[in-house]
Design a protein around this ligand. Structure first.
Ligand code: FES
Length: 155
């Protein structure tokens, strides 16, 4: 029976060491398992978009407005789509998000080769959306656009 006692002590010691070493791990695991178990997997989205063709334009796609609104050397802000389109050179259309990277205002004007935000004065390049004048530090994200049948369309 001393063998049993020795074995039991060894097991207890091992358990104590394992318990000390693993104190934080089970807590973290418990939290994450609780989170995942509280998320029901049966609450599928109400729509069934898997059958929708993926080639269709995403939200905001389609016609933004007449190309005539985008002058050479200038641009236009299509507020509904939150896209600003510039034409740095004739026939060369560039699209960018109209959401200022500083604090999320919609840029308002395109003038003097910059896209201007009215909120705090950030200015972005009409050619690549890069910051010309802060306080914004990140460029406007590009939005693919093209001219089709006299209109600017987003891809
Ligand atoms: Fe555009 Fe601040 S949100 S400059």
């Amino acid at each position: 029976m001393t063998n049993d006692m020795t074995d039991r002590r060894a097991v207890l010691r091992g358990a104590a060491v394992a318990g000390l070493a693993g104190v934080s791990v089970p807590l973290i695991a418990a939290c994450s398992s609780n989170d995942s178990s509280s998320t029901p997997t049966s609450s599928a989205p109400t729509s069934a978009p898997s059958s929708a063709p993926s080639s269709s334009a995403p939200a905001g796609g389609g016609v933004l407005g007449p190309a005539a609104d985008v002058p050479v050397g200038g641009g236009a802000v299509f507020k509904d789509a939150k896209v600003v389109v510039t034409q740095p050179a004739a026939g060369q259309y560039k699209g960018f998000t109209a959401v200022c990277t500083h604090m999320g205002c919609i840029v308002a004007t395109v003038a003097n080769n910059t896209i201007d935000c009215p909120c705090h004065g950030s200015k972005y390049s009409v050619t690549d959306g890069s910051v010309v004048n802060g306080p914004a530090t990140k460029p406007l994200a590009p939005v693919p656009v093209s001219m089709k049948d006299g209109n600017i369309v987003s891809a």
